[in-house]
Structures are given as C-alpha cells and as structure tokens.
Design a protein. Structure first.
Length: 112
C-alpha cells in the first residue's frame, strides 16, 4: 500500500525549536522532517552515507569547510559522506526534509 504524508500537518504540530520527525523509509534510509528555529547543529560528518537536505519553508543554511549554502523553499542539496557540515537556521522557522542511513556512524567534531 502506498502511504502519503502531509508534511505541512507534521510541521504545524511541532512547537519545539529543534525537532526531528521520522515519517518514512526509502531503501533502509530514514526520511525525516526537521523543524528548526534559531538553532545550529554541531559540525559533524556521516561516514556511512550522503545526506540529502530539502528546504520546505523558511531558509536553511548548510555550513561546510567550503562555505555556506543557503537553501530557500523547494531547493535541495546533498552533502557527500565524510563532509564536515552542520544545519543552521536564523530566527524564522525553517523546515527541512532529510534522508540518511538508519543507525549510521556519525562523528561530531566541533561543538556549537
């Protein structure tokens, strides 16, 4: 059976400033909705897989050693495995959809 997910309803139900909602799997990869407001993740790298970021609303900032990539609504970017990165948002709410391996190795190197 095909499942349909209403991402707007999922995101509207979140009141926290940083929340992950796992809602599906694709080929053993978790698909999650991340709602972020005025927060930044720690710099980290994933050793087992690339990570896909798709900005659904607001602005999302992907920071790496090469600089910052700004994602606007309906834009996506893929961070290659072993690339040090972090997701950041400013005061406006940001909503991103991500795909990444379940139980993957992740190394955090720089606290924020």
């Amino acid at each position: 059976m095909i499942q349909k997910h209403d991402l707007k309803t999922l995101s509207d139900a979140v009141s926290e400033t940083w929340k992950n909602v796992n809602f599906a799997k694709v080929n053993e990869l978790d698909v999650r909705l991340r709602i972020v407001t005025d927060r930044a993740a720690n710099f980290h790298a994933h050793t087992d897989s690339d990570e896909l970021f798709c900005c659904l609303e607001g602005l999302a900032y992907l920071e790496t050693d090469a600089g910052t990539t700004t994602l606007m609504p309906h834009e996506l970017a893929v961070v290659p495995r072993n690339t040090l990165h972090r997701l950041r948002s400013r005061a406006e709410p940001s909503c991103s959809s991500l795909m990444r391996s379940r139980g993957e190795s992740c190394r955090t190197t720089i606290p924020c």
